[in-house]
Design a protein around this ligand. Structure first.
Ligand code: FES
Length: 110
């Protein structure tokens, strides 16, 4: 059984620009980098800044407040930060992008 609910999302208008969308009830940053879409959480774990106001640089999402950096593939923060953000799976079907949001653990019970 697929553990994710897949949601259709629009492709960001520009490479490297961070766009925020609500997907499956979650605030998510969408980033197009080298024609691949990445989806991450939108809240910085450091002090709660909105990461969609940041930017993407060399495969990292940079927080606009104190410049913490997060890998857009793994969500891992730079080593000296000791933090991370959530990332979500992405797939392309029929030329459209979908983001996978994990289903609730009890969803399969009913
Ligand atoms: S709030 Fe993001 S680096 Fe401080």
């Amino acid at each position: 059984m697929d553990k994710h609910e897949w949601y259709l999302v629009p492709e960001p208008a520009e490479e490297g620009k961070v766009e925020k969308r609500t997907v499956g009830g979650k605030s998510i940053c969408l980033i197009l980098s080298d024609k691949q879409l990445y989806a991450t959480g939108a809240k910085c774990p450091h002090a709660g800044a909105d990461l969609s106001r940041g930017w993407c640089e060399a495969g990292k999402l940079v927080c606009p407040y104190h410049r913490h950096k997060f890998d857009i593939v793994t969500g891992k923060g730079d080593p000296d930060q000791g933090n991370y953000i959530r990332t979500y799976p992405v797939k392309k079907e029929d030329n459209r992008w979908y983001v996978g949001i994990p289903k609730s653990w009890w969803a399969g019970w009913f």
